[in-house]
Design a protein around this ligand. Sequence first.
Ligand SMILES: [Zn+2]
Length: 316
Amino acid sequence: MIRLTTGFVIALHEFPPARFAELMEHLRPAQPVPLSELVVRKKGGRSNAGLFAITVDDGVGDNVRSLAALFRARQWPATFYLPTNYLDTGRAMAFQWWWRLAPLLPRRRLDLPSGAIDLSSPGAVEELTRKMERMWHSGRVDVYLPFTLDLADAVAQDLGINRAELEGPPPISWPEVEQLSRDPLLQFESHGESHGAMSEMTEEEIASEMQHSRDTIEEHTGRACRHLCYPFGTALAIGSMAPRLARRYYDSAVTMRLGAFDTADLWFAPRIPLYPQNSLLAARMKLVLHCTRIGRLRVQKLRETKPAYLPELPKL
Ligand SMILES: [Zn+2]
């Protein structure tokens, strides 16, 4: 079935290299190629059957270092999408702070400078997690980052530690990106500047993010930056303006929507997100269901005959 795939892009976040190497064994005989090759072939009307690109989001230092070492050892081409403010400032992004804070939040009422919040009832932290996730996809960074940092201050005070000890993981440094980008196997492309939802930005803000992140990456790598990855990658976070503007600055733009590459819009291109906790079978099922003609027909048939069952499918 893997042989029947019509071209796809894998989306990774933090992923242990040994686990990824194991997963790659199970994707054979499909072959990894540079993302730019997948795009050029699609633009030229050539099939990407049996080919795929590896992409890694967010520029987390340890993750980029360890995966880049694996990709070079195995000669697997890959693309790293970098949010440039994260690398420029070395400061963690709001969602990275959140995942460190969430398990440590005190289950009581907190009076924060940005407002009071009551975490004393059962399920309150889970409810706040859902609210935060909604904010990342449909809110502005300048609204939810101060609130997140207020929560970090409250937790640090409770634990008697410095807030910096709760900060999310540090990014890969620009000198390391400069070094790694000398290897033609590794591409560094844009994940925006602020990693904010583009649906919440003005046209000028989106254009500025697209242009400045591209220019910053080109300055550091000395190579063209022609591909974009929308922050958070859902339709809600992307909005309608960003795909229109992306055409002006980039040759492709990817989302977190599942699907095959060859049949998609190049500036709203789907990927197949894989996570370390996915079983190998689940990873293959995702590919077969979304990236082969037979799988897509099967999904369509299920949609027609068993509508109640379908919502479970994307979770595979
Ligand atoms: Zn991201």
